[in-house]
Design a protein around this ligand. Structure first.
Ligand code: MGD
Ligand code: MGD
Ligand code: SF4
Ligand code: MO
Length: 713
């Protein structure tokens, strides 16, 4: 007979991994509430059993002694724990003070990447930002996908109408500046990319990668072409020109073709070759292949978004997909029909561009956010509207944004800073108070964003794996409590609308939204099925789903067209000119890194070091540097010392460094494993004064640098 007192209690839970855009479904086995195993959930209709090493590390985050579990207040280089009510009240009072003295814009906001991976941050965090009411709002968008959103706004009438490659049915997939074998896909929720890529090959399809490094993805492609960093714009415009020469087949709802034809006329494949190093014949061949394929998809990501002409690159990519007839075609690039339709239900605004400018540099807002490259300027430049207080939510801009070292100094001079964050990192170490919400295994989740970008229409509810501890607060509760306290600290009374907006929990919001969609039921119905509800493959939805007032697409939209005209006027100038000894620096992601965090997860940091600067052996030899040497790397913005590694995978003249390294720069950071990790921050080299031509997105790739042996004397 079993002795129930000693019998272990076993259970299996099905949850969503919130660590990257792939949003995999996980199967977690527990024994007496201890995690026994984390696996990919085979029955998940979207992720089909996929998992990567980061998901295993979810348990490291959960158990990490470095993770904050109670609010802390800075006392010199030390941190003192506080009770929640006391902390919220202190923060609200101080923020209200800064805004009373310096105006609403006197408090700035930075929203980091993990916000999009947290339901509560999306449903409630955004309302906290609204309550702050500052124009000085910044986010990771402007070191990332801002050009995509701007292009979608211009062409499709909504910043979130972002077509994704229909990889499961395509015959030809062409990726520019994207490394899904490491990143698992971006602005494209494509869990299980490795298997989907293999299926493409076994269907007889082709896969082409254009990248200055022979990446993990390039290595599994049928073709890889090197391109000199920052020159994709000429390649893509030349491809667009060639597609038009072959004959365009746009849908009936597409306008502006002739204007585009005239605009791209100067951009010949020969011009593109001279700037990019990509042979004109290759450029013509790619255009012809995209034009001739039964179904083809062209997608460009970080590599082309975070360079000087990111918006034109993204626009040209859409134009090529549209003019080859591949937009909205099975196997081409398609829009999703998510169970919760952020676009159709107008939950997310369509976006607006240039409605105001940043104070110091006159850079344009997009969707009410300013480009983060200019955050330090807004802190350091005196005058009306200067940022004197900061709210940083799930972010580490000192590590993640151009000229991070300058921002690091600027943060030290603020009157008050609060971070809503689970760690003391390079940025939050400057905070006066840190408010730590529950971790990823303690909260419920529904992917509002990534279902909208997924290769299959599904709806998955993720329960909290563990109940939150009694004295913990979820991110939505922190946002609620802080916003309501701030309103009171201003001497006002929260309105009925405010009360309602903040007190309804995320689950109820999702429930209501699901009920008006195709699922025909709420959270309960979705949650009943591990892996969620399968709504099938992507469907053709155009022109119905367009949000332009005319329900038509105008390819010749003013914003991209004026940028193309400017490029045409300066065709003799071309890309950035380099001094003879200069190289171009680009970024890199690894499967076991996650932006600037997770470096204190032992499971992810063990094994071969990967912080090195990759350099082609010829470029090392020219400088008398040997593989494994320490080198100093200098740019217009700063200097770092880092170990180098010879790599034949690099294009000559190009060097690569991963971002998110360089921890424990000074006292205060409390991440044990991370601070002993070798490596330096690439964003001490990226230049905040060089921004993308149209949107002022960060230019993270194609940064001119020089290399010298050893640390500087
Ligand atoms: N040079 C260069 N720079 C880059 C990039 C590049 O390719 N090259 N990539 C850019 C891109 S695409 C991005 S998205 C940004 C990302 O950069 P950031 O926006 O700074 O975000 P992260 O580094 O992902 O994480 C920031 C912090 O969020 C906290 N955090 C994690 N989970 C939670 C949570 O659930 N709640 C709360 N409140 N906090 C949490 C952790 O402490 C972590 O340190 O970096 C950008 N920077
Ligand atoms: N393991 C892991 N996964 C992640 C993340 C992570 O940090 N680690 N971060 C997540 C986030 S926030 C994002 S936004 C996504 C990003 O996902 P990806 O877009 O795949 O990001 P990267 O791996 O930086 O890939 C950018 C590629 O562009 C190339 N490149 C650089 N400059 C140029 C150029 O001028 N032209 C061209 N054609 N290529 C260029 C680089 O060599 C690199 O291979 O990944 C997400 N997934
Ligand atoms: S690919 Fe992304 S979502 Fe999937 S398990 Fe890895 S980190 Fe999690
Ligand atoms: Mo990102």
């Amino acid at each position: 007979m079993n002795d129930s007192a000693t019998d272990p209690v076993e259970r299996t839970a099905y949850i969503t991994c919130v660590l990257c855009e792939a949003s995999c479904g996980l199967e977690v086995k527990l024994r007496d509430e201890q995690i026994e195993s984390i696996r990919g959930h085979e029955g998940d209709p979207l992720s089909r059993g996929h998992i990567c090493p980061k998901a295993i590390a979810l348990q490291d985050i959960h158990a990490d002694p470095d993770r904050l579990r109670k609010p802390v207040r800075r006392a010199g280089d030390d941190w003192v724990e506080m009770e929640w009510d006391e902390a919220i009240s202190l923060v609200a009072t101080r923020l209200a003070q800064v805004q009373a003295e310096h105006g609403r814009n006197g408090v700035g906001v930075y929203l980091g990447n993990p916000n999009v991976h947290s339901l509560g941050a999306l449903t409630h965090g955004i309302n906290l930002v609204r309550t702050l009411g500052t124009k000085n709002t910044f986010s990771a968008t402007s070191v990332d996908q801002l050009p995509h959103q701007l292009m979608a706004w211009a062409l499709y009438g909504h910043q979130f109408l972002l077509p994704v490659p229909d990889i499961d049915r395509t015959d030809l997939l062409v990726l520019f500046g994207h490394n899904p074998m490491a990143s698992n896909g971006s602005i494209w929720t494509v869990p299980d990319f490795p298997a989907r890529r293999r299926e493409l090959a076994s269907r007889g399809g082709r896969f082409v990668v254009v990248d200055p490094r022979r990446t993990e993805t390039a290595k599994v492609a049928d073709e890889h072409h090197f391109v000199r960093p920052g020159t994709d714009v000429w390649v893509l415009l030349a491809m667009l020109r060639e597609v038009l020469a072959l004959g365009a087949s746009p849908a009936a709802y597409v306008d502006g073709v002739e204007a585009v034809r005239r605009a791209v006329e100067p951009f010949t494949p020969e011009v593109a070759e001279s700037f990019s190093g990509m042979p004109a014949a290759t450029i013509r061949g790619l255009a012809a292949d995209l034009h001739g394929a039964r179904a083809a998809a062209l997608h460009g990501r970080m590599g082309v978004s975070t360079q000087a002409y990111g918006v034109v690159c993204q626009w040209a990519i859409q134009c090529i997909n549209i003019l080859t007839g591949n937009l909205d075609r099975p196997g081409g690039t398609m829009l999703t029909s998510p169970a919760i339709d952020l676009v159709g239900h107008k939950i997310v605004a369509a976006g607006h561009f240039g409605a105001w400018q940043s104070r110091a540099k006159g850079l344009p807002e997009f969707g009410s956010e300013l480009p983060v490259s200019t955050l330090a300027d807004e802190i350091l430049t005196p005058g009306e509207g200067q940022i004197r207080g900061l709210v940083s939510i799930a972010g580490n801009p000192v590590s993640s944004t151009p000229g991070g070292h300058r921002l690091d100094e600027a943060l030290g001079g603020l009157d008050f800073m609060v971070a809503i964050d689970i760690y003391v990192n390079e940025t939050t170490r400057h905070a006066d108070v840190i408010l730590p919400p529950t971790g990823p295994l303690e909260r419920e989740h529904y992917d509002l964003i990534f279902h909208t970008l997924a290769v299959r229409n599904t709806a998955r509810w993720s329960p909290a794996l563990f109940e939150k501890p009694d004295d913990a607060r979820h991110d939505w509760e922190v946002a609620r409590d802080l916003a309501l306290a701030l309103i009171r600290a201003r001497g006002e009374k929260p309105s009925v609308v405010d009360q309602g907006r903040f007190r309804v929990p995320p689950r109820m919001i999702v429930d209501g939204l699901l009920r008006v969609g195709p699922v025909r039921g709420g959270v309960k119905k979705v949650a009943k099925r591990p892996g969620g509800i399968d709504l099938g493959p992507l469907e053709s939805v155009l022109p119905d789903r367009l949000q332009t007032p005319t329900k038509r697409i105008d390819l010749a939209h003013d914003v991209p067209m004026s940028a193309v005209a400017e490029l045409a006027d300066h065709l003799d100038v071309g890309p950035i000119r380099l001094a003879p000894d200069e190289l171009l620096l680009i970024g890199r992601r690894h499967q076991r890194d996650n932006n600037s965090w997770l470096h204190n997860a032992p499971r992810l940091t063990k094994g071969r070091a990967r912080h090195q600067l990759l350099v082609h052996p010829d470029d090392l030899a020219k400088r008398g540097i040997v593989d494994g040497d320490e080198v100093s790397v200098r740019s217009a913005s700063g200097q770092i010392v880092v170990e180098c590694a010879a790599s034949e995978d690099m294009m000559r003249g190009v060097v690569s460094l991963p971002h998110g390294y360089g921890h424990g720069r000074k006292a205060g950071v409390r991440m044990r494993h991370a601070v002993t990790l070798p490596g330096a921050s690439i964003n001490d080299l990226t230049d905040p004064s060089r921004t993308e031509q149209v949107s002022a997105n960060g230019v993270l790739n194609g940064v001119p640098v020089t290399l010298a042996p050893g640390p500087p004397a």
